[in-house]
Design a protein. Structure first.
Ligand SMILES: Nc1ncnc2c1ncn2[C@@H]1O[C@H](COP(=O)(O)OP(=O)(O)OP(=O)(O)O)[C@@H](O)[C@H]1O
Ligand SMILES: Nc1ncnc2c1ncn2[C@@H]1O[C@H](COP(=O)(O)OP(=O)(O)OP(=O)(O)O)[C@@H](O)[C@H]1O
Ligand SMILES: [Mg+2]
Ligand SMILES: [Mg+2]
Lengths: 492, 336, 339, 325, 297
């Protein structure tokens, strides 16, 4: 074509925060997944592994040795051949830097290059390494040429990945522009997109206007009120997809007054689940069954749910012997409208029970600092979104509710050895007997619900809006908000 | 005169030291755990311990402050906690876009605000004075963040005259070679004679420009008016009239020169305000400047970045005030 | 030259000026009549706040804008009523060209942010259309004229770098730069030392003779006016209470106020001050403005305002024999009675 | 003669001036008062005259220790007040020396009631308050001839002359020994001036006060003073009994000063004498006799040697080379 | 003379001054309108619970079934995303804005005024130190300092007030010091020194009271600016916290919806605009009226 085709992806915050694919553990997921590739990819809707740089893999009987057979004929964007050495180099370096999401590799003991197209991982303990190798962060394979002597990443170096797009230009904190890598092993379809622009557009209204005028090809995180309007707009296509994100309100189970399970249960009954889903996310989601979100294995509609029931809540409150002057602090992440509205709705329900909810919007880090700081100063309820590092229930249950001496993300400060045992066991079983593992995770969640460790508010759906000319868009919840531009075409 | 300037510069340095101390305090001492932030989200204790050493947070505060000062002296504002990149570099990248906006609004403030103030003072309590007062006070009373939204709604969505945001149209940005000489887009287009891009850039700067410029225009007009009102009552103005000088001369040369002192102070002041107002508007107009930068920093609790911007603004502010003081010092009355 | 033409050179008739205040319009000047002939000097004496400066500004049409108001009357200058001129006409035709004024306070009359040279040259350029070198030359001449030393240096100085006396001379130089025919000198020496005062008076006197100017000289020192002016008027609270040849007024004051003023001045340097006791009485709202301090005032002074009346007097001294009979006026029912 | 009330020896007051050149090493000084010797007896009135800026105000400011002197000593009642502590100053000196300023409007705090204005020294030194204070202030008001109901008025409700009376009442509240009058009548009209001078004279007789009077108006000085001191550029050029100086001034500067005063007996301008030239700068005063640059009778010696004060008469001295001791 | 008449006499000049000021302000149409509006705002602030049709909506009630309804006779200004009546919320917002502005300005004055009087009254080292301190604070653009301070104090309305006071006091110190320096040279201060009045007493009873007029003018003008700053902080999420109906916070929340619900951002914006504007107009007016040189009767 004479003029290249291009597509703008309007993001709600900066496109990336670090060029180094070993370190980036934030918005860069959008950009990096188009520039770099993992050994495998996981399709969480179909629940199956897709071969990428590895065409196939085998696991030893004891589950401790994983062998990957690499794809032949893959070239880095800089022209170098892709070999097993690169895999060893990338994973070892990522582990060594110990930054970002590198902990996903923590089971790995050693990496051996068997031949240029075969690489073998030895594990210290049983771990689903296929899922690890398919993670959206820190599992990228990159060229050693992009690292300088002191092992730091050479910023904005083009050609370090094997992915379909390579860097064209970037403006920090604002936009990243990628262009098509002609020598991509996966080849190119007709009308594919030549240039991709990742652009930060923090105002939702601006994003909506961009997509309406076709200035943006694709965007996410629009308020549902806009979605309703856009659904009737022939210029755009709205697609609603399951996401693996859920909103939870963690109770401080260690501090009075919420160390009382009855009180926690009362509060869980007082949460207006349906009103929140209807009002805050416009019905694009559903009340959670436990911690594992719909769309991920380990989810079960057989789990009990707390339903909104003020009478029950009142009774439980009385049972718990809570005074009339009960006042609780809830923190949420400032700037997130959905969390804010949810908190406000909750506050008005609790007010009906005579409970004062003091809601504070804080930047995530301040909120987190408060949760990790002086125990007497911690919030009573901490509201947050959770999403998977690995597409496994373990990722949802381990970080958030596994006993910790020094809390990190177990911000309910939940301590239950039985629970720990169950989920650790489930994780070990994952690669051998997934059904058994599933059951163990479900049982574990039952414990959380009985203990009312948290309010499981809703599992959210993701709403994507694409401009009408964009075809082939497919969403994979294991890679939240990632658009694989290689799959897209432009039709006029 | 030179001594006066020297003294002012010295005071400026003292002030900057104080500024540095405050920013250091805010950035290093107050947040409970910068290391955790540095180590990244979901980091484990070992990673955090490593970060503590990397950041030198294990050293005594005095040593940290000393190092901070040395770094400042070298123009090193530290690294962003989010991106781990040098803040100085990030600032320099987003600076030109903001400077363009601020400069434009300052020019507007001088060339619209001052004449407005002078006319208003001359025609005190006449209709034109009421209108101009209403305008200038209105301009300083508008919440910048709000008027940005409204302008966008009216001029883009309803009337579709001006683009919604950004510095350039995406097509132009991707398909054309953007001149990069000084980093200031409009200026670069001018010197390379690239008029297609220039036109596009000018078209894009109108709405954010108006949003940002309203405040300084109003401020300068208001200040000029009141300075002029006082000066027009001075004996030497009456005397100048008694010599039969033209009213035009009396107003625009005699009186105006006397009001340069307060006016230049207020212009310097308004540049500071404008800079901060960009924080509130740039995100609305997806303007890739410091404002966008600091709003990401505030959302991300990136203390070093916030403090970097703060110290940078304070530095420019001190310099601007110095410039204003020197202009005032040209007034022979304060020469000592 | 007929009597009438002579009179119409400069004449104030029934002028009344007021200021707006919170309580309403406060009259500050109320002059029934005042005449100055061509080439003559008229001295106006009055204490602080009597309205001397207001009169000067009224003549030039420069009353402070929002507050000052002309309530009534006319000021005829060369047959034209100045009060009927527009601001533009005043600026184009009269101010600077025909009427000039030396302001009271040399500290505040010069613009502090321009050099002396710039200020003079701007006026010269405006009034005489001179530019560049010629303009500079002319301004140096003017500074020489007022006997300023080292003029080529001085011209680049800012007002605050000069002494009070020097500043006052510069103001005089500017006022004279266009050879106006009517000069108002508003207490040009008020803030100056006696020694500098004498120098400046001599200067104005010389210039007046050279340029044949009429001068309205404002002062608060009777002896100065006596030395300097042919005619003198005494202003009390905005009203002329006595008027006549200055010698006559000084030698033979008719109004009690004038008498008090003059008695307070020693006749020679070794003579000690004499003071007459003053009394404090209630203000006469509808009567004589001086009533409250007057020692001879009676009931009729309290009830009625005395008008200026003429009192013919003989020439007080032999040396002044050009006009043997002159007219002295006073606004007092008991004029001539000594206090 | 017994011990003088005030004795001033070799008093100097220099003000530093900032220079406007870069890296100026030499600091410059305005020599406002430059070596003054003076004696004031209890009960007399000293008239201080001289050109504008010759240092009169500075001299009395130093005398009151409103400014610190640069050099020299001031004895008040035998106590060297240039060196006493602030407390001593308050207890011994402040009470006994008071000042009445030129401009009665600016010297009264516009936001204080007359009662508090006049009462301030009493409340500071005698710790009076409430009714006793009001009573005392009423007495003072009475003494300066103001009605009692002035107590609860603000200064701006009074005329210039009345304000000056308030200022005088305040100065007299502590029954000081010495009162400094710095141009006490120059800003009020002639009629009020007479009353104020009269009042001052009466009070002096009644309370046995000592005055230092500064005025530009020589007739005022003549009216009140017993002795006159003439200053030129920070130095005393002539001093002596008022009558003697007014009738027979001996220093050329004094003569010139008196000749420039217009008086009713003058007929025309030529009778007014002027002093040629401008006042020299107080930063670099002329060498020798300071007046020599403008003196009509200057001799070569005048520019080299500084004349010493010589007695022309008992009690009448002047510093000029024309005079032979 | 009785105590009460003497008191009346004592306050008389102040009363007269007030009367004159009011009279002059009242003559200008713009200012007259502003005064009426300010009075109205104050009344609204006081009686918000009575006037507001849905006072609960301004506190903690939600009403999700009526979310984002356009203005109607039921909801004059429409509703927000949780179905709350915007009219009621904006009425209550008046309360918050006026109270926080007064508090912030008052606090700033409390810090700034004594420091200014001390600096100006004492001179010398104290002056130098205090003024350098203010210089340091003044070298941050005010909103920026407030942003920085409240971002580490943690977001809340109280902290925002504190942050504004901290970034605002130097202005008062500076003004008062300027005044104090000129007053220090005035004769009546010299007179007080000559009497032997101790320095602290001179500063607090002679200097400070005489500096207040310009400060009050400045403070009244600052009210508008402070309201704007509070709104900006809330807009950035650093000020008031939901569900407090602070105007800036309302606009901030409305951003998400403004393409569909124009009323949501428009009305709070107009409320801020009008309030800030009338305070600015009055402040300007007072300044003009108190300056004898620009006074016009
Ligand atoms: N701008 C003004 N507003 C109100 N009143 C004024 C104004 N200017 C002058 N006055 C009043 O007018 C009267 C006369 O003032 P004017 O300045 O003419 O006095 P003057 O005779 O020149 O006194 P001085 O000798 O002090 O210069 C005074 O009572 C004064 O209060
Ligand atoms: N604070 C100061 N700093 C610097 N110079 C000063 C200061 N005070 C006075 N002077 C200078 O000292 C000299 C004497 O001033 P002083 O006020 O004593 O004069 P004066 O005799 O009282 O004059 P006047 O009659 O005008 O009141 C002047 O040259 C003046 O400029
Ligand atoms: Mg006057
Ligand atoms: Mg003096």
């Amino acid at each position: 074509a004479d003029t290249p085709t291009f597509a703008v992806y309007a993001l709600n915050s900066e496109p990336l925060t670090n060029w180094d694919p070993a370190i980036e553990f934030s918005n860069g997921i959008h950009v990096h997944n188009n520039m770099y590739e993992q050994l495998l990819r996981y399709d969480s809707i179909e629940e199956k592994i897709i071969p990428m740089l590895a065409e196939s893999y085998t696991v030893s009987e004891d589950g401790l040795t994983w062998t990957f057979n690499l794809r032949a004929g893959v070239k880095f964007q800089n022209g170098d051949d892709f070999t097993a050495e690169d895999v060893k180099f990338s994973v070892e370096r990522t582990m060594q830097l110990a930054a970002g999401a590198s902990y996903i590799w923590s089971a790995v003991e050693s990496i051996n290059v068997v031949d240029p197209l075969t690489v073998e991982f030895k594990l210290a303990y049983k771990n689903p390494l296929d899922l690890v190798a398919a993670t959206g962060y820190a599992a990228f394979i990159y060229s050693s040429k992009c690292v300088n002597e002191d092992n730091t990443w050479i910023d904005e170096t083009p050609g370090c990945g094997t992915g379909p797009y390579m860097l064209r230009s970037a403006k920090w904190g604002d936009e990243v522009i990628l262009q098509k890598f002609d020598g991509y092993w996966g080849g190119w379809q007709e009308n594919s997109i030549d240039i991709v622009v990742f652009k930060k557009v923090s105002e939702t209204a601006t994003r909506r206007q961009m997509i309406e005028t076709g200035e943006a090809a694709i965007t996410v995180e629009l308020p549902y009120t806009d979605v309703e309007v856009l659904k009737n707009n022939p210029e755009v296509v709205v697609s609603v997809n399951p996401s693996l994100q859920n909103l939870i309100g963690m109770f401080n189970t260690q501090k009075a007054p919420l160390d009382n399970v009855k009180l926690r249960q009362a509060l869980a009954y007082a949460f207006p689940y349906q009103a929140v889903i209807d009002t805050v996310i416009g019905g694009y989601g559903q009340q959670s069954y436990g911690m594992v979100p719909a769309g991920l294995w380990g989810w079960s509609d057989q789990l009990p749910r707390y339903e909104y029931d003020l009478e029950k809540a009142k009774a439980l409150l009385e049972e718990a012997g809570a005074g009339s002057d009960l006042s609780l602090v809830l923190t949420y992440t400032a700037g997130n409208e959905a969390e804010k509205s949810t908190a406000e709705l909750y506050k008005s329900e609790l007010a009906k029970l005579g409970v004062n909810l003091d809601i504070r919007g804080m930047p995530w880090d301040s909120q987190w600092e408060m949760a990790l700081g002086d125990p007497s100063q911690r919030q009573d309820i901490l509201m947050m979104y959770w999403w998977p590092d690995l597409p496994s229930p373990y990722s949802f249950l381990y970080s958030t509710f596994h006993s910790e001496d020094e809390p990190l993300f177990n911000l309910a400060y939940y301590k239950n050895p039985e629970f720990d045992q169950l989920i650790d066991g489930g994780n070990e079983m994952t690669s051998s007997d997934i059904e058994a593992a599933k059951q163990m995770f479900i049982d574990a969640q039952k414990m959380l619900l009985d203990d009312a460790a948290s309010i499981f508010m809703y599992d959210r759906q993701d709403i994507w809006v694409t401009y009408k000319t964009i075809q082939g868009f497919k969403f994979n919840p294991a890679y939240p908000t990632v658009v694989f531009f290689h799959e897209l075409t432009v039709q006029n | 005169m030179t001594k006066f300037i020297l003294r002012r510069v010295l005071l400026g340095i003292i002030v900057l030291l104080g500024v540095a101390f405050i920013t250091f305090f805010v950035a290093r001492v107050v947040p409970s755990n910068p290391a955790a932030k540095w180590a990244g989200p979901r980091a484990n204790p070992e990673q955090i311990a490593k970060a503590t050493i990397e950041l030198g947070l294990d050293k005594p505060l005095v040593v940290q402050f000393g190092k901070y000062l040395m770094d400042l002296f070298r123009g090193n504002l530290g690294n962003s906690l989010r991106t781990r990149r040098p803040i100085t570099q990030e600032l320099l990248e987003s600076l030109p876009a903001t400077v363009e906006l601020v400069l434009l609004s300052t020019i507007a403030a001088v060339f619209i605000g001052i004449p407005l103030g002078v006319i208003s003072a001359k025609r005190k309590d006449k209709l034109i004075d009421h209108l101009s007062r209403l305008f200038s006070i209105g301009a300083v009373s508008l919440p910048t963040f709000w008027i940005g939204l409204i302008l966008q709604l009216v001029f883009f969505r309803i009337l579709d005259i001006f683009p919604m945001g950004g510095q350039l149209s995406t097509e132009i940005k991707i398909l054309m070679d953007i001149p990069k000489v000084t980093g200031f887009l409009i200026f670069d287009c001018l010197i390379t004679g690239n008029f297609t891009i220039l036109w596009d850039a000018l078209w894009h700067i109108v709405l954010p420009g108006i949003t940002i410029a309203l405040y300084p225009i109003g401020l300068v007009a208001r200040m000029t008016r009141s300075a002029m009102l006082e000066i027009l009552n001075e004996d030497y103005i009456t005397a100048a009239r008694s010599y039969g000088l033209k009213e035009r001369t009396v107003l625009w040369s005699y009186a105006l020169k006397n009001s340069i002192g307060p006016t230049s102070t207020v212009v310097a002041l308004s540049i500071g305000y404008t800079l901060v107002n960009t924080f509130l508007t740039e995100s609305i107009f997806t303007w890739p400047g410091i404002g966008s930068y600091i709003s990401s920093a505030v959302i991300g609790n990136d203390y070093p970045a916030i403090m970097g911007v703060t110290i940078f603004s304070a530095f420019s502010y001190v310099l601007l005030n110095l410039a204003a003081d020197i202009i005032i010092a040209l007034d022979p009355r304060v020469r000592t | 030259m007929t009597d009438q033409k002579k009179q119409s050179y400069f004449e104030i008739k029934d002028l009344s000026v007021g200021f707006r205040t919170f309580e309403g319009i406060k009259p500050v000047l109320n002059i029934e009549g005042l005449t100055i002939n061509r080439g003559e000097t008229y001295g106006l004496v009055g204490e602080s706040g009597a309205g001397k400066t207001v009169l000067a500004l009224t003549i030039l049409g420069l009353l402070p804008k929002p507050a000052g108001m002309i309530l009534n009357g006319s000021i005829l200058f060369d047959g034209v009523d100045l009060l009927k001129q527009t601001d533009k006409q005043m600026a184009e035709i009269y101010r600077g060209k025909r009427l000039a004024m030396i302001f009271q306070d040399p500290m505040s009359t010069l613009n502090p942010v321009f050099t002396v040279g710039q200020q003079i040259q701007r006026v010269i350029t405006r009034q005489e259309g001179l530019k560049g070198k010629i303009c500079l030359k002319r301004s140096l001449e003017l500074l020489d004229l007022v006997k300023l030393p080292d003029t080529s240096n001085l011209i680049d100085k800012y007002p605050h770098e000069l002494s009070g006396g020097q500043r006052q001379r510069i103001i005089i130089a500017i006022a004279l730069s266009c050879g106006a025919e009517f000069l108002i000198a508003d207490e040009p020496t008020r803030n100056l030392d006696v020694t500098i005062q004498a120098g400046i008076l001599k200067l104005i006197d010389e210039l007046q003779r050279d340029f044949k100017m009429s001068v309205l000289f404002i002062g608060n020192n009777v002896s100065l006016v006596n030395i300097f002016c042919k005619n003198a008027g005494i202003l009390y609270r905005g009203k002329l209470v006595e008027e006549g040849l200055s010698n006559c007024v000084v030698q033979n004051p008719l109004h009690p106020y004038t008498q008090t003023l003059i008695s307070a001045i020693p006749r020679s340097k070794s003579e000690k001050l004499k003071f007459s006791k003053t009394v404090i009485k209630p203000e006469a709202e509808n009567g004589c403005p001086y009533y409250s301090r007057c020692t001879i005032g009676k009931e009729d002074c309290f009830a009625h305002v005395p008008m200026l009346r003429e009192f013919p007097t003989g020439s007080p001294t032999e040396s002044l024999n050009t006009e043997t009979i002159s007219v002295q006026k006073a606004a007092c029912f008991y004029a001539g009675e000594t206090i | 003669m017994n011990q003088p009330l005030v004795k001033v020896e070799a008093l100097k007051k220099y003000f530093p001036v900032r220079s406007n050149r870069l890296f100026e090493t030499k600091k410059q000084w305005v020599k406002a008062v430059d070596g003054i010797d003076l004696m004031i007896q209890s009960g007399e009135t000293i008239g201080l005259v001289g050109e504008s800026g010759c240092g009169k105000t500075t001299l009395v400011n130093v005398l009151l220790r409103l400014e610190d002197s640069t050099e020299g000593s001031i004895f008040f009642d035998g106590l060297d007040i240039t060196r006493v502590s602030q407390k001593m100053l308050r207890d011994k000196v402040r009470k006994n020396i008071q000042i009445v300023f030129q401009d009665p409007f600016w010297s009264l705090n516009p936001r204080m009631l007359v009662r508090n204005v006049i009462g301030e020294p009493l409340s500071v030194h005698q710790k009076l308050s409430g009714l006793t204070l009001s009573e005392k202030v009423e007495n003072l008001l009475d003494m300066v001839g103001l009605p009692k109901d002035s107590l609860y008025k603000y200064p701006h409700e009074f005329s210039g002359g009345q304000r000056q009376r308030i200022a005088i009442a305040r100065a007299l509240a502590l029954e000081p020994k010495l009162v400094v009058l710095d141009e006490p009548t120059s800003s009020i009209d002639i009629l009020s001036q007479a009353q104020i001078l009269d009042l001052l004279q009466q009070l002096k007789e009644k309370l046995g006060l000592t005055y230092i009077l500064i005025s530009h108006d020589l007739s005022v000085v003549h009216y009140l003073s017993d002795r006159i001191i003439v200053m030129y550029l920070g130095k005393i050029v002539e001093q002596g009994p008022a009558e003697a100086i007014f009738s027979e001034p001996v220093h050329p500067y004094t003569q010139a000063l008196f000749n420039a005063i217009p008086s009713l007996s003058m007929r025309n301008l030529s009778e007014l004498r002027t002093i040629e030239g401008n006042v020299p700068s107080a930063i670099n005063p002329p060498t020798g006799c300071r007046f020599h640059t403008r003196c009509p009778r200057a001799m070569p010696v005048c520019s080299e040697i500084e004349p010493k004060a010589v007695f022309v008469d008992q009690d009448h001295q002047a510093a000029c080379h024309l005079l032979k001791p | 003379m009785t105590q009460s008449t003497s008191f009346l006499r004592a306050v008389q000049p102040a009363v007269r001054e007030l009367k004159v000021t009011f009279f002059l302000l009242n003559r200008n149409l713009l200012q007259r309108i502003s005064m009426v509006i300010i009075l109205l705002l104050i009344l609204i602030a006081i009686f918000a619970p009575v006037i507001a049709p849905y006072p609960g909506h301004a506190i903690s009630d939600t009403n999700p079934k009526d979310k984002l309804l356009p203005p109607s006779s039921q909801y004059f200004f429409g509703t927000d995303e949780l179905g709350r009546d915007l009219f009621s919320r904006i009425l209550f917002g008046t309360r918050i804005s006026l109270r926080t502005a007064l508090l912030a300005v008052g606090l700033a004055l409390l810090i700034g005024a004594p420091l200014g009087a001390i600096a100006g009254g004492l001179g010398g080292i104290a002056d130098e130190i205090i003024m350098r301190l203010t210089d340091i604070f003044l070298s941050f653009p005010p909103l920026l300092l407030a942003i920085a301070i409240s971002s580490f104090l943690g977001p809340s309305l109280e902290n925002a007030i504190l942050a504004i006071a901290i970034s605002w006091w130097p202005w008062y110190t500076r003004i008062i010091r300027g005044q104090a320096v000129s007053i220090r040279e005035r004769q009546f201060v010299r007179a007080a020194r000559a009497i032997g009045t101790p320095l602290p007493k001179i500063i607090f009873s002679h200097i400070l009271p005489n500096t207040l007029a310009p400060v009050i003018v400045q403070a009244s003008m600052d009210i508008g600016g402070v309201i704007l700053t509070i709104a900006s902080l809330s807009f950035l999420g650093l000020g008031a916290q939901p569900p407090i109906p602070e105007w800036g916070l309302l606009i901030s929340s409305s951003r998400t919806y403004f393409l569909n619900a124009w009323w949501y951002s428009t009305f709070p914006g107009i409320a801020i605009f009008i309030t800030v504007m009338v305070f600015n107009l009055i402040g300007d007016g007072i300044r003009e009226v108190l300056d004898p040189r620009t006074r016009k009767f």
